[in-house]
Every structure is written in structure tokens, then in C-alpha cells.
Design a protein around this ligand. Structure first.
Ligand code: PGA
Length: 243
């Protein structure tokens, strides 16, 4: 993937407020006018506002989760169509916080991915091993990938995000050698089992100070950024570090 086209994806998690949206978008309009492949995944109640505010820019809006059902008695959940009609084009599925805090299984994640693809959303599918699983990362990631992508025949709207759980919000970043090794493993596993190439993003304590070297890696097709995506200045600095 061309350096300048690599994905720069913000994951605000449960942070920022409605009042931050115009400020954030104004900064992007001024300093990132020509930057492509920028996605900002906001809390679901903010999708519509963010999408409308950023309408005349190249920035796309994403959700951080959604359910797999179309509609019904699922108190507190939102459907893929709701996400889409609010103005999102991307959705993060299977983030480690969803897996660990909310008990999401590979099977549930698989149903969510499938439902989101059906309505035409692009899916950022997260995988990653915990610190305890680090020595057996291959089997952990293979299981997450194969079970998460079961019976999904068209992967053209799927982007994998590799986020080692031990590197999320901890300031610990995997070494570039580790990132390269694991990204190649993920790409090979998907290619061998599904016969296609998938883009793979890296996430986990990415910030302006380390993004240049991470984005320079051939096997890295972009980054998924939590903490450092909350301020537009840092997000734009990371986007600019694509060179
Ligand atoms: P972080 O989060 O950049 O704050 O480590 C990344 C993520 O969880 O997507």
C-alpha cells in the first residue's frame, strides 16, 4: 500500500464530547485538507453530528461497535443500519475492550462482522493477544481470525487491526520487528485460509513520536489510535507522518 494512502483511524472510545466535534473538524479542515484515508470512530450518539460536521472533508466517520440484529427487543443496542443511516461508513468490531470488558466471543464478533458487511459498512476487525498469551500469539491470533471471519466470503470491505492488548493505553509499543513479524503472520494466515490479501493496521500506544517508524513498515497498512486521537493536532501529526 502506498505510504500516503495508509489508513489513519481514530478511536475516541468513551471520550470527548459534542463540543469537541466542531473544534476537531475545523482543525482537520485547515490542516488535513488533502489527507486521504482518515477515519474517526466516535461514540455512537455522536456519529450523526460528526458525519454532518465533516461532510465537506475527506474524513470518514466510524462507529466503535454495533449489534448484529436488524431490529427488535435488544435494549441498549444499535443495528448496523442505524450506524449506517447516521452517517458512518466504518465500524470497529471485536476491539479488545469489547472482548475483555463486555465478554464478546469470536462467534458474536463473526455475526457482527457479517451483519455490518451486509449493509455495506467497512469493518475494522480487531485481533490481539494479551500479555499472558504473548508466547503463543500465533495460535491465539489464528483462532480469532478464522473464527471471526467464518463463512465471510467477500473480504473486500474488511480491514484487520492488530492490537496487542498489552500495548493498548499502556505506553508500551511493540518493537517494529515484532509488528512486522505479526503483521506478516496475519496476512499469511488470511491468505492461506481465505485466499485474499487483507490490509492490516497496527494499534496500541501509537502517537506522533512513534508513528513515522511504524507507518514506514511495509506490512503496516495504517494505524488505529486511541489516546493520541483525541486531539486533532496529534491526529494530524500522525497522518502527516505518512510522509
Ligand atoms: P491507544 O488505544 O492508542 O490508547 O493505546 C488504541 C486502541 O485501543 O484502539
Amino acid at each position: 500500500m502506498k505510504q500516503k494512502e495508509k489508513y489513519i483511524v481514530a478511536n475516541w472510545k468513551m471520550n470527548n464530547d459534542f463540543s469537541d466535534i466542531p473544534v476537531f473538524v475545523k482543525y482537520l479542515k485547515k490542516y488535513a485538507k488533502n489527507q486521504d484515508n482518515l477515519v474517526v470512530c466516535v461514540p455512537s450518539v455522536m456519529i450523526k453530528t460528526f458525519a454532518e460536521e465533516s461532510k465537506k472533508t475527506l474524513v470518514e466517520t466510524g462507529a466503535q461497535n454495533c449489534y448484529f440484529k436488524d431490529k427488535g427487543a435488544f435494549t441498549g443496542e444499535i443495528s448496523p443500519n442505524m450506524v449506517k443511516s447516521a452517517g458512518a461508513t466504518y465500524v470497529i468490531i471485536g476491539h479488545s475492550e469489547r472482548r475483555q470488558i463486555f465478554g464478546e466471543t469470536n462467534e458474536l464478533i463473526n455475526r457482527k462482522i457479517s451483519a455490518c458487511l451486509t449493509v455495506g459498512l467497512k469493518v475494522i476487525f480487531c485481533v490481539g493477544e494479551t500479555l499472558e498469551e504473548k508466547s503463543k500469539y500465533k495460535s491465539v491470533l489464528k483462532k480469532q481470525l478464522l473464527e471471526g471471519l467464518t463463512a465471510i466470503n467477500d473480504l473486500s470491505n474488511v480491514i484487520v487491526a492488530y492490537e496487542p492488548v498489552w500495548a493498548i493505553g499502556t505506553g508500551k509499543v511493540a518493537t517494529t520487528a515484532d509488528i512486522e513479524k505479526v503483521h506478516l503472520y496475519i496476512k499469511d494466515t488470511v491468505k492461506e485460509n481465505m485466499g485474499v490479501d487483507v490490509p492490516v493496521l497496527y494499534g496500541g500506544s501509537v502517537k506522533p513520536l512513534n508513528s513515522t517508524e511504524i507507518l514506514a513498515l511495509d506490512s503496516v497498512d495504517g494505524v488505529l489510535i486511541g489516546g493520541a486521537s483525541l486531539k486533532a493536532e496529534d491526529f494530524v501529526k500522525i497522518a502527516e507522518s505518512r510522509g
